[in-house]
Design a protein around this ligand. Structure first.
Ligand SMILES: Nc1ncnc2c1ncn2[C@@H]1O[C@H](COP(=O)(O)OP(=O)(O)OP(=O)(O)O)[C@@H](O)[C@H]1O
Ligand SMILES: [Mg+2]
Length: 213
């Protein structure tokens, strides 16, 4: 479903990613781990079409990502940033945003259904986006990424601000999504989370160091 072929990203002659290649199948859960600064977020940004690689290619469903309209690609490949970005005044406005940009009526029922999946309750909806906690922001951003069902979900350290209990809840939700056929690439520092999948891609200094299948 997703093929990464010899992807490199070079800034001012310095390689940040070097000849990265791997494949991910439909419904697969691939964990990505590696030291801080090794290039994990850069890799996710490239896969999420937020950044163009210096060389190499990415194919999604057999087609180069360059052949997709960016809006279509970003709808099918949803990316949850390491630092959650909420940009509207209230949480509900942030959650309505994916519908608004597509000129769709917000599906409030779906928003309410997903709240418990990320460990939130309805009272969050009317809160101001800038005052909620870091962990709440992470969960709102994750919920927002699930509203328009993506084919691929890219998660960048999405539980880093959460306590164990809430992190577990997110882990369960992610496992359920994967069982439903959503392909997931999950960057994490948490060694316990690596156990969630039998496939872990290790990255060190911009290179793949191990890929356990
Ligand atoms: N546009 C850029 N220009 C220069 N350096 C960059 C650029 N983007 C990323 N880097 C550098 O590339 C390296 C990899 O960054 P990246 O954010 O991908 O690391 P990471 O593995 O996600 O780290 P962390 O675990 O801390 O989130 C870092 O040293 C970073 O400073
Ligand atoms: Mg990172």
């Amino acid at each position: 479903m997703l093929e990464i072929n010899d992807v490199s990203y070079i800034v001012d002659g310095k390689p940040i990613l070097e000849d990265i290649s791997f494949e991910v199948g439909k419904g697969e859960l691939l964990m990505v781990s590696g030291p801080s600064g090794s290039g994990k977020s850069t890799l996710l940004r490239i896969i999420g079409d937020q950044l163009s690689p210096t060389s190499g290619s990415i194919r999604f469903n057999g087609k180069s990502i360059l052949e997709y309209r960016p809006e279509e690609y970003r709808q099918r490949v949803s990316y949850v940033f390491q630092t959650p970005t909420l940009f509207m005044h209230t949480v509900i406005e942030d959650l309505e945003f994916p519908y608004r940009i597509r000129e769709m009526e917000p599906d409030l029922e779906r928003i309410r259904e997903l709240l418990p999946e990320v460990g939130l309750t309805e009272d969050i909806l009317t809160k101001e986006s800038r005052i909620i906690s870091g962990g709440e922001k992470q969960r709102v951003a994750l919920l927002r990424s699930l509203l328009i069902a993506p084919d691929i979900l890219l998660l960048d350290e999405v539980t880093s601000s959460l306590d164990r209990e809430n992190a577990r809840m997110i882990e369960d939700t992610v496992k359920k999504l994967s069982a439903r056929g959503i392909t997931i690439i999950w960057v994490t520092h948490d060694p316990d989370q690596l156990e969630l999948s039998d496939r872990v891609l290790g990255i060190r200094e911009g290179k793949v160091v191990e890929s356990l299948a």
